[in-house]
Design a protein around this ligand. Structure first.
Ligand SMILES: *Cc1c(COP(=O)(O)O)cnc(C)c1O
Length: 371
């Protein structure tokens, strides 16, 4: 990485002194993991911040999702979208479940709720929708369909940390919502994740499975994994959470600048904040229509790269085209997702990204407009 390069994201970190202060007592206690004081403190802080009923912490967002699906003891098919990170689809497949891919809507890139019902069969057990880029799925319609067919709803909320819909914490919807606290996310614990949920019995199974299914000193009642958040990651989370509102506000300013500088160009679809949503500005995707814009997504990506600006083709390729699935799925069945994945690019966005850099990035994009 050259010093002047602008990466697509940059991890938020507290002052080093703040972190050192937070971990100091670990040198006294020698308690480094297994639901120690930092783990419990972060859990309490998140319960309040996310306005959730219950929160369970994990070593990463993927294990949060994978073990949530396992805890629900699902069978057969799960309806989801291919316009997401590998984790969503992998969590389904690694549970021995069959992903059934539903298309996305081309406006906010979330699951197209008008196409879910035609995919429901007598083998369907759940829906795993994704709040993509911080855009919230059509929660009411998903709830209606889930109630009608008796399906579980597990939201992949990796992009939706701290968001609210109609004034309610985003983790309060569905049977569970899974968050990622990876270094690249709006809120990070270096690596980490969490699940928000309402049902206490589900929570007992879930918390058991993150620690090998160990129930007591001489009793193991689940085939669990090891997915506990350690004390150092929890301490990082405690520090970062103190500053999160300021970080999100700074992201909002950057997004405003992008909208101001790119809003007048034809053939470039910008990300807009949805109605009734308090957003976290997690990503700034733009969709480039070559015919109107006069230059393709790949060309814009390459031009930015030449100037050391590392944008990302996120999400490309679709998960239903991954080589590991050996041609099992047909991406032509999700045409909107396929179309968007070939045209989308996420631009650099992090709290400390200087506005002058946003101007430079937009300048390069504008230079390529109908050139
Ligand atoms: C980041 C991410 C995950 C996985 O989270 P990790 O903490 O990296 O394991 C899952 N789904 C989506 C959509 C993500 O962006």
């Amino acid at each position: 990485m050259k010093p002047n390069n602008i990466m697509v994201t940059r991890s938020s970190m507290p002052d080093m002194e703040e972190y050192v202060e937070e971990i100091r007592e670990l040198w006294e206690s020698h308690w480094l993991t297994n639901m120690g004081v930092k783990h419990r403190k972060l859990q309490e802080m998140l319960l309040e911040y996310l306005e959730a009923d219950h929160v369970e912490l994990f070593t990463n967002g993927h294990m949060a999702l994978e073990l949530t699906l396992q805890s629900m003891n699902l069978q057969g098919e799960v309806i989801t979208t291919p316009f997401t990170f590998a984790s969503t689809t992998h969590a389904i497949v690694r549970n021995g479940l069959e992903p059934v891919f539903c298309d996305i809507n081309p406006v906010d890139f979330t699951i197209d709720v008008s196409k879910i019902e035609e995919l429901v069969t007598d083998r369907t057990s759940a829906i795993v929708p994704v709040h993509i880029y911080g855009n919230i799925c059509n929660i009411e319609e998903i709830e209606r369909i889930a109630d009608k067919y008796g399906l579980k709803v597990i939201y992949d909320a990796a992009h939706a940390f701290g968001e609210k819909y109609k004034g309610k914490g985003i983790g309060t919807f569905g049977d569970a919502s899974c968050f990622s606290f990876h270094a690249t996310k709006v809120f990070n614990t270096i690596e980490g994740g969490a699940v928000c949920f309402r049902d206490k019995d589900f929570g007992r199974i879930l918390s058991g499975l993150k620690n090998f299914g160990i129930k007591g000193p001489e009793e193991v009642d689940g085939v669990g994994a090891n997915a506990k958040m350690n004390e150092f990651c929890a301490a990082m989370g405690i520090c970062n959470l103190r500053h999160i509102d300021g970080e999100i506000a700074k992201r909002g300013e950057i997004v405003g600048k992008y909208q101001e500088l790119l809003g007048d160009l034809e053939g470039i679809q910008l990300s807009m904040v949805q109605k009734d949503v308090q957003t976290n500005y997690s990503y700034f995707p733009v969709v480039i229509d070559e015919k109107l814009f006069g230059c393709s997504r790949n060309e814009v990506f390459a031009e930015l790269g030449k100037s050391g600006i590392m944008a990302r083709k996120y999400f490309y390729p679709l998960t239903n085209t991954f080589g590991c699935f050996h041609g099992k799925y047909n991406p032509d069945q999700t045409p909107n997702a396929l179309h968007i994945s070939k045209r989308v690019i996420t631009l650099p966005l992090y709290a400390d990204l200087p506005l002058e850099d946003v101007e430079r990035i937009c300048g390069i994009i504008r230079k390529n407009y109908r050139k």
